[in-house]
Ligand binder design. Structure first.
Ligand code: ATP
Ligand code: MG
Length: 360
C-alpha cells in the first residue's frame, strides 16, 4: 500500500504524554508542511483519559481504527496508577502484539553540552519486543509468572526460533544501512537453550547478509563495555529484558530518559513511535518534561514511513526535524532542565520550530 498522504495516529497516553505528544505533532506537522509532505493526523483516545471519558483505557474499535493507519505515536502509559477495574487494562502489550511489532529500535546518540558521558556515541539497540519474560500471560501463550506455593515463584521466559529470526533480520537491515556491524548480546553461557537458540537464529539470519559482520558479547560484559567504550558498538540486537535494561543504561550515557527514543516495527505494514521512558507523573503538568525522546521517535516514524512508501518528502521532513532538534539542543535556553538547560518544554519546542523555519 503506497500513499502520498500518510495517515498517522496520535495516542497521547498518560501524564506527560498529554504534553509531549502534542509537541511532537506540532513539530512533525510543521516539518511536513515545509517539505511538501501531507499527513492526516488521527487523534485516538487511550489510557486514563479514555477510561474517565469513555469507560475503557482501550475503547472498543481502537485496534480497527489503528489498523487503517500507516503508523501511530504512542505517548507513555502510566498503567501502574490505573484503578484496579477490568476496564483499566494496559494497552501497550496489546498494541505491540496485535500489530506484531516484534522489534523495538532504540538509538542512543550524544549531543554536545547536555552532560553526556561521551560526545561520540552513536549506536542502536534493537530489542526483541514480544517474547522473553512476559508477565502478561494473555500476550504470549505459555509465558508468565506462577506461584505454585506460597514460597516459590516461577518466571517463564519464552524464546522462539521465529521471534529470534524476525528481530535478527530487522537488526541486520539496520546494521546494513549503518556501519555493517551487528553485535548479538546474550548469555548463552547460562541460558544455553534460550539464549543459545537466539544466537543460533541471529547467525542463520546473517547468512542472507554477507556484507554485515556479526559478533557476540555476553550481556554482563556488554553492560560494562557500554559504559567504558560505547563508541565500539554500532548496531546491537538482544532479547527483551536485556534490551529493556541496556537501553536505559545507554540513555544514562547521553543525558537520561528524556534522550531515549524508540520505534517499534514489525512486518512492515504499520509502525509505532514510542519513547523509552514512562509517563513521569512526578513532573506532569509542570511544563518541564523533555520532549526530545517523543519528538525523535516521531521523526524516526516519518523517516521509516518515507522509505516504506517511497516518499522523498518524508525524508526531507525528517531531515528538517533533525536540523531543528540539533539547533535547540545546542542552546541551554531551548533545552529542558534534565539536560542542563534553563528552558521549559515550550521553549524547546519553540526553539525547534524556529530553527526549522530558518532552514526551510
Ligand atoms: P515505566 O515503568 O513506565 O518505565 P518508570 O517507573 O521507569 O516508568 P518514568 O516515568 O520513566 O518511570 O520516570 C522515571 C524518572 O525519569 C522520573 O523521575 C521522571 O520524572 C524522569 N523522566 C522520565 N521521562 C522524562 C522526560 N521525558 N523528561 C524529563 N524527565 C523524565
Ligand atoms: Mg522504566
Amino acid at each position: 500500500m503506497s500513499a502520498s498522504t500518510l495517515r498517522i495516529g496520535l495516542l497521547n497516553g498518560d501524564d506527560i504524554g498529554h504534553e509531549i505528544v502534542p509537541a511532537s505533532h506540532r513539530i512533525a506537522e510543521a516539518a511536513a508542511r515545509a517539505s511538501g509532505l501531507s499527513i492526516d493526523w488521527h487523534p485516538i483516545p487511550i489510557g486514563r483519559k479514555a477510561l474517565d471519558e469513555l469507560g475503557h483505557t482501550m475503547p472498543a474499535g481502537t485496534l480497527e481504527r489503528l489498523g487503517e493507519l500507516d503508523g501511530f505515536i504512542l505517548g507513555p502509559i502510566g498503567h501502574q496508577a490505573y484503578p484496579k477495574v477490568p476496564e483499566a487494562i494496559n494497552p501497550h502489550p496489546i498494541l505491540r502484539k496485535s500489530f506484531d511489532l516484534f522489534a523495538n529500535v532504540r538509538p542512543t546518540r550524544s549531543y554536545p553540552g547536555l552532560g553526556c558521558l561521551y560526545d561520540d556515541i552513536d549506536l542502536v539497540i534493537v530489542r526483541e519486543n514480544n517474547e522473553g519474560f512476559q508477565p502478561d500471560r494473555n500476550v504470549v501463550a505459555g509465558s508468565g509468572e506462577f506461584r505454585p506455593t506460597h514460597d516459590m515463584t516461577i518466571s517463564v521466559r519464552v524464546i522462539t526460533r521465529e521471534g529470534s529470526r524476525k528481530v535478527a533480520q530487522a537488526a541486520l537491515e539496520i546494521a546494513r544501512a549503518r556501519s555493517k556491524r551487528l553485535t548479538v548480546v546474550h548469555k548463552d553461557t547460562v541460558f544455553k537453550l534460550g539464549c543459545g537458540m537466539f544466537v543460533e537464529e541471529c547467525h542463520k539470519a546473517g547468512e542472507a547478509f554477507p556484507d554485515v559482520t556479526i559478533d557476540e558479547v555476553i550481556v554482563d560484559t556488554f553492560a560494562m563495555k557500554l559504559v567504558r567504550e560505547p563508541q565500539r558498538f554500532d548496531t546491537v540486537v538482544t532479547t527483551n529484558m536485556f534490551g529493556d535494561i541496556l537501553t536505559d543504561e545507554a540513555a544514562g550515557l547521553v543525558g537520561g530518559l528524556g534522550m531515549a527514543p524508540g520505534l517499534c516495527i514489525g512486518r512492515g505494514d504499520i509502525a509505532m513511535a514510542q519513547a523509552t521512558h514512562g509517563s513521569a507523573p512526578d513532573i506532569a503538568g509542570k511544563g518541564i518534561a523533555n520532549p526530545y525522546a517523543m519528538i525523535e521517535s516521531t521523526r524516526m516514524l516519518i523517516e521509516w514511513l518515507g522509505r516504506r512508501h517511497g516518499l522523498p518528502a518524508a525524508g526531507r521532513a525528517a531531515a528538517l526535524m533533525t536540523t531543528g532538534i540539533e539547533a535547540a539542543l545546542a542552546d541551554p535556553a531551548t533545552r529542558t532542565p534534565d539536560i542542563r538547560g534553563s528552558g521549559t518544554q515550550a521553549d524547546m519546542v519553540d526553539g525547534i520550530l524556529a530553527a526549522m523555519e530558518r532552514h526551510s
